[in-house]
Design a protein around this ligand. Structure first.
Ligand code: GDP
Length: 138
């Protein structure tokens, strides 16, 4: 059993597709064991994306992530890190497979609707960034 962090980014919340994203997880029998809606400060966004600090898009990305509410979730299931990444599709929606969340809803390489942890170590860091043990069911 594995856990991963999922985020519906500000563009996804504005597009009213929270339910659509959650439905895709549930159709895949991925369990949601924690969920909340929050609005990040600039400092909180910078801390979350610290690995990208040197990237040219860091300032733009952290501004975007603070531009409105986000929905953060802990997903649980077998191989859930890879399964969630598959449901999300490639970072650039133009390269994403048909039927993925980003292919269907993203409009921009940055405004790409969802985030998902990419490895067990990043999942552990990212889950603990948003949730304490008491907030995670199961
Ligand atoms: P992910 O794991 O698929 O989310 O992709 P990365 O970890 O490589 O990048 C993190 C996030 O930064 C992406 O989801 C995008 O929102 C944003 N991003 C990635 N590449 C670019 C880029 O070339 N330009 C801009 N503006 N944003 C980018």
């Amino acid at each position: 059993m594995e856990r991963t962090l999922s985020i519906i980014k500000p563009d996804g919340v504005k597009k009213n597709i929270i339910g659509e994203v959650i439905k895709r997880f549930q159709d895949e029998k991925i369990n949601i064991v924690a969920i909340k809606m929050i609005k990040l400060s600039k400092e909180e966004a910078k801390g979350f994306y610290a690995v990208h600090m040197e990237r040219p898009f860091f300032d733009s990305l952290t501004n975007f992530m603070t531009s409105g509410p986000i929905v953060v979730m802990v997903l649980e299931g077998n191989d859930v890190i890879a399964r969630n990444r598959k449901l999300m599709g490639a970072t650039n929606f133009k390269e994403a497979d048909e039927g993925t969340i980003r292919k269907d809803f993203a409009t921009d390489i940055e405004k790409n609707v969802v985030h998902g942890s990419d490895a067990p170590e990043t999942a552990a860091f990212e889950i603990s960034y948003f949730f304490n043990a008491l907030e995670i069911a199961g």
